[in-house]
Design a protein around this ligand. Structure first.
Ligand code: MF3
Ligand code: CO
Ligand code: CO
Length: 271
């Protein structure tokens, strides 16, 4: 498969799907607190998506690369879980950090976005990891414009992350997104400026850095076929937006009323 470029109709479809994905996070936000189980969050999200929004939860039964289909409607990745955490009967507790990753399909288009949540009062270190990861994602986003290269995005994220003493996970990356959940190109969150694919208007990609407080190495946890954890058991955080390459720069498609404020440095580079 090769990179897909969305026409006006495709862009319109992506705008709707992406806004709906972000609105699932808005809907879940008041429920993300100590005592709630990740199964309860999954059930709330599933019912909201299917009964209120009329969308399909893309993760449910998603095959991915392995042999085990993903068994739930959202990904819930707590503390040292890097990504693809499977909702369970485990309850959130004060001090946890959790990523909720939502992908919806609306009229055949995929919207993919995730946010971090801090349960009660997390440690200073945990809060700093969450903030640095959020800003790292935005350092990547502001690089998006026609003629820029994927390596520019990866480099911006890596430089900012490592200058803050954290590390970038290498094994998982952002991706093209559209009629398929995961399309080319791969969007690495590390790299060198001026390298890799050139961005062109109509591309829709995700930028979704996974940042570890400790070393960058990861491993599969247990035998559920999905859960990825940090090898050194350090905390990991992730944020994700779906972004359209426009003729002049970028449009973040997965924004909603509840999206956290855009970092100040973004306004200075706004296109
Ligand atoms: N939403 C994830 C991403 O950002 C992919 C999750 S695959 C799943 O690409 F099957 F675990 F849902
Ligand atoms: Co994604
Ligand atoms: Co995602």
């Amino acid at each position: 498969m090769s990179i897909t470029y969305k026409d006006a109709q495709g862009i319109a479809g992506m705008r709707v799907a992406c806004r709906l994905a972000a609105e699932v996070l808005d809907y879940l936000t008041p429920h993300v607190k100590a005592g709630v189980t990740t199964n309860e969050l999954d059930r709330l999200a599933h019912d909201y998506m299917t009964q209120v929004q009329g969308v399909i939860p893309a993760p449910l039964n998603y095959q991915g690369g392995g042999d085990v289909p993903f068994p739930k409607s959202i990904c819930t990745s707590i503390n040292h879980v890097v990504c693809h955490g499977i909702p369970s009967e485990k309850a959130l507790k004060k001090g946890d950090i959790i990523n909720l990753d939502i992908t919806v399909i609306k009229d055949g288009w995929h919207g993919d976005t995730s946010r971090m949540f801090i349960i009660g009062e997390a440690s200073v270190a945990a809060r700093r990891l969450v903030t640095v990861t959020y800003e790292a994602m935005w350092h990547g986003i502001v690089k998006v414009k026609p003629g820029a290269r994927l390596g520019d995005i990866g480099w911006a994220i890596q430089r900012f992350t490592e200058s803050n003493g954290f590390s970038v996970v290498r094994e998982f990356c952002g991706h093209g997104v559209g009629r398929k959940f995961h399309e080319p190109p791969q969007v690495l969150h590390y790299g060198r400026p001026g390298t890799l694919e050139e961005l062109q208007p109509g591309m829709t990609i995700t930028i979704e850095p996974m940042i570890n407080a400790g070393k960058r190495d990861i491993k599969e946890w247990g035998n559920d076929g999905w859960t990825i954890v940090t090898r050194d058991h350090s905390l990991s955080a992730q944020w994700e937006h779906t972004v359209l390459v426009t003729p002049t720069g970028y449009e973040v498609l997965t924004l909603s009323a509840g999206s956290p404020a855009v970092p100040d440095f973004v306004h200075a580079t706004a296109t």
